[in-house]
Design a protein around this ligand. Structure first.
Ligand SMILES: [Zn+2]
Ligand SMILES: [Zn+2]
Length: 247
């Protein structure tokens, strides 16, 4: 057994032992009793087809949404499982700041449902990488936690080594799509040994403008990937896209 697998098994056994001491809490509201309580499950808003064929926002007419018609995202497509907000926002916040293995497992199961709903296919999954400095500070990358657990669920190889972040980008908060694109341009580099000739899906926790996924895709195409999709647990849906429910 590789040291990596061994340490994962230890993590799982530790969580199982902790389950006995501390019963599971809801990913959304934190109440004890189960991993996802009925109230949070009812309040979450899954994204269902029909969606924009490119960016994945709800789009009843089929084909591309108006934003993608005008400014197409520079990758094969993006699909997201839930609208960002409510219990999904709170669950992602917990994962980002506490990095719990069990929480990642719960959320990856939701992502596996989305994966099947949108009939995605891939030869390998890669997470959106964080910088080494941030990884050292935080001890984990929440996108990698989701991607690893999802890879097990959908039986597709997980290759975090295929994509690296070459520099840390300033916060994207408050920037529009073009500014976000500039902000992350050239921030990633991909390793052709892993991706040449492959269909790659890049996994992240949230998609806002798609700029980070586009920058990942640019590096992956350059390294010879034949297709690159983005796949995220949540998607920020703007008001004019019918997403005012939580804003
Ligand atoms: Zn709950
Ligand atoms: Zn679109």
């Amino acid at each position: 057994m590789s040291p990596f697998r061994f340490s994962r098994r230890i993590a799982r056994l530790t969580e199982e032992a902790l389950d006995l001491l501390f019963p599971p809490r809801c990913a959304g509201c934190g109440r004890p009793g189960g991993a996802w309580c009925p109230a949070c499950a009812a309040a979450a808003r899954p994204l269902m087809p029909p969606v924009c064929s490119l960016c994945g926002i709800p789009w009843p007419r089929g084909g591309r949404c108006p934003l993608c018609e005008a400014h197409p995202l520079q990758l094969d497509g993006v699909r997201s499982c839930y609208a960002y907000g409510g219990p999904i926002r709170r669950a992602l916040h917990r994962l980002k700041f506490h990095g719990r293995y069990r929480l990642a497992q719960t959320m990856a199961a939701w992502m596996a449902e989305g994966w099947n709903r949108f009939a995605l296919e891939a030869d390998l999954l890669v997470p959106v990488p964080i910088s080494r400095t941030r990884q050292r500070q935080r001890g984990y990358n929440q996108a990698a936690m989701l991607a690893r657990a999802l890879a097990e669920n959908v039986a597709i190889p997980f290759y975090p080594q295929a994509l690296h972040r070459v520099w840390s980008t300033p916060s994207q908060v408050g920037l529009d799509r073009n500014a976000r694109r500039e902000n992350v341009r050239g921030a990633f580099v991909a390793d052709p040994r892993w991706v040449r000739g492959k269909r790659v899906v890049v996994v992240d926790d949230v998609c806002t403008s798609g700029a980070t996924l586009e920058a990942c895709a640019a590096a992956l195409y350059q390294a010879g990937a034949v297709s690159v999709w983005g796949f995220t647990l949540a998607r920020v849906i703007l008001n004019h896209e019918g997403g005012s429910r939580w804003s």
